[in-house]
Design a protein around this ligand. Structure first.
Ligand code: MG
Length: 379
């Protein structure tokens, strides 16, 4: 990724104050782990080329379940040590700029990411802050002991953006007890611009923060559903492709591509949810380059289109309609294959089959039909 912008998601903390038995960044928020929301926000932003998470080595299994296929490096004993490990990995890849972000701020908006990136064009560092509106007191033994002028005070948020070489150098000689990366950057003499923060970009710290974050998330969640239906006829062959799995059969399915009728229905459901037509519109059958194509190309394209517009796949349900072959024994392999292509957990993918009671074209074993429904969640 030479020269690109990376998001470094800091997730190595133990987060015990939020309760729930696992570190807060892996607890469910509106149906998905907190860190999955955070990663999706950065993956969806066109100005971010790559996401890397820094995690506690004990959390490898939790991370793999929360963010299948996503990259991570092991963090250090302190927050600064963890950030340093992530920066070193990104420097080795040649990243030019980095956005350092708390995994526990899953509500970071696309507009806020854009503001930090924009300010980074003109400064070595940039970070969001919110001016204080409440009066500030100093307290002692439960009594107000004084007031603190708030005129120049800001509440610091993340993502904190930097030119990578500059923040790496700041970390190398910096105070390991620094509160955040801005403090280290300032100590190294870097200019850090303040961009307008976002009141909804809260950091989940306490158990009650989950309820508030869920409320905020629900208010801005954009949910879309799509459906897809496809049919392919039988012809000569010794297997059929269904959801990317070759199922042995006395006949094959005919089609311009590999005729994976189920994957076509799923791809069309995603295109449908986005109001982006269907497979035929994006991959015209008249174009010889798609002859015999493996259908994961279509599915990956549809999913990429969804991601580019800020949508994550929440779940998929696919029904395959045929008398034979028997789908049941292959259903788990099909779910695993789809999960790998889509980068989501297999627990979000349903694959089931039915016969049509020997009625109609599927009942006469002239071909296979498939239908699919998909839910996309955007914000
Ligand atoms: Mg088709």
């Amino acid at each position: 990724m030479t020269g690109g912008t990376a998001a470094l998601i800091v997730a190595a903390g133990r987060g015990a104050r939020a309760g729930g038995g696992v570190p807060k960044q892996y607890r469910a928020l509106a149906g998905r782990p907190v860190i999955a929301h955070t990663l999706a926000a950065f993956a969806a932003h066109p100005g971010v080329d790559r996401c890397l998470s820094v995690i506690h080595p004990d959390d490898a299994a939790l991370f793999a379940a929360a963010a299948p296929g996503q990259d991570w490096v092991a963090g250090g004993a302190t927050r600064a040590g963890s950030v340093r490990a992530g920066l070193a990995a990104l420097a080795a890849e040649g990243a030019a700029r980095v956005l350092i972000h708390d995994a526990a701020r899953p509500l970071v908006s696309q507009a806020l990411i854009a503001r930090v990136l924009e300010a980074l064009d003109h400064h070595a560092g940039a970070a969001p802050g919110l001016a204080l509106s409440d009066a500030l007191w100093r307290g002692a033994q439960g009594l107000v002991a004084g007031s603190v002028p708030r005129d120049d005070l800001w509440r610091a948020q993340t993502p904190q953006g930097f030119r990578l070489d500059a923040i790496l150098a700041a970390h190398a000689g910096g105070d390991p007890k620094a509160a955040d990366d801005v403090e280290l950057a300032r100590a190294a003499g870097l200019d850090v611009a303040i961009v307008t923060g976002d009141e909804t970009n809260l950091k989940i710290t306490l158990a009650e923060d989950f309820a508030r974050a869920e409320q905020l998330m629900g208010a801005r969640m954009d949910i879309r559903t799509g459906t897809g239906f496809d049919v392919h006829r039988f012809g000569p062959g010794n297997h059929v492709m269904l959801c990317g799995v070759a199922v042995p059969h006395g006949r094959g399915l005919q089609g311009h591509s590999d005729a994976d009728v189920a994957m076509h229905a799923i791809s069309d459901a995603i295109y449908g949810a986005l109001a982006e037509g269907d497979i035929g519109q994006h991959f015209p059958p008249s174009d010889p380059q798609w002859k015999g194509a493996e259908s994961h190309i279509f599915l990956s394209h549809a999913t990429g289109l969804a991601a580019a517009r800020g949508y994550a796949i929440s779940n998929i349900d696919c029904t395959i309609i045929c008398e034979r072959p028997k789908v049941g024994p292959h259903a788990e392999a099909m779910r695993a294959r789809l999960a790998a292509i889509l980068g989501i957990g297999a627990d979000r993918i349903g694959v089931k089959a039915t016969t049509s009671e020997r009625l109609g074209f599927t009942g006469r074993e002239e071909g296979i039909a498939a239908m699919a429904a998909v839910t996309l969640v955007g914000r």
